[in-house]
Design a protein around this ligand. Structure first.
Ligand SMILES: [Zn+2]
Length: 86
């Protein structure tokens, strides 16, 4: 991945907003992609789209302060379980 540009089929390295640049049929625009997914193929310019990271952003579901309430409760319980009683 020289110069930080990705092709359809490449793995998304970092969750965030990417600028998608198409071949001839459309102006560049921004898309949101999640780490671990694959950049998709454009139905019009096929594999000629390029994606460049514009702004990395944490997915709200995986943010440590916004993660699902159930997981927070689990984490709290685990912490309480390890607390020593004075
Ligand atoms: Zn396209």
């Amino acid at each position: 991945m020289p110069n930080g540009s990705f092709r359809p089929g490449d793995g998304v390295p970092v969750t965030g907003i990417y600028t998608a640049t198409h071949y001839q049929h459309r102006m560049p625009h921004e898309v949101f992609a999640v780490e671990g997914d694959q950049f998709p193929t454009c139905r019009k310019c096929d594999g000629r789209t390029r994606f460049v990271l514009s702004q990395a952003a944490t997915h709200i579901d995986t943010d440590r302060d916004f993660a699902k309430a159930a997981e927070n409760a689990k984490a709290k319980r685990a912490k309480a379980g390890t607390k020593k009683i004075p």
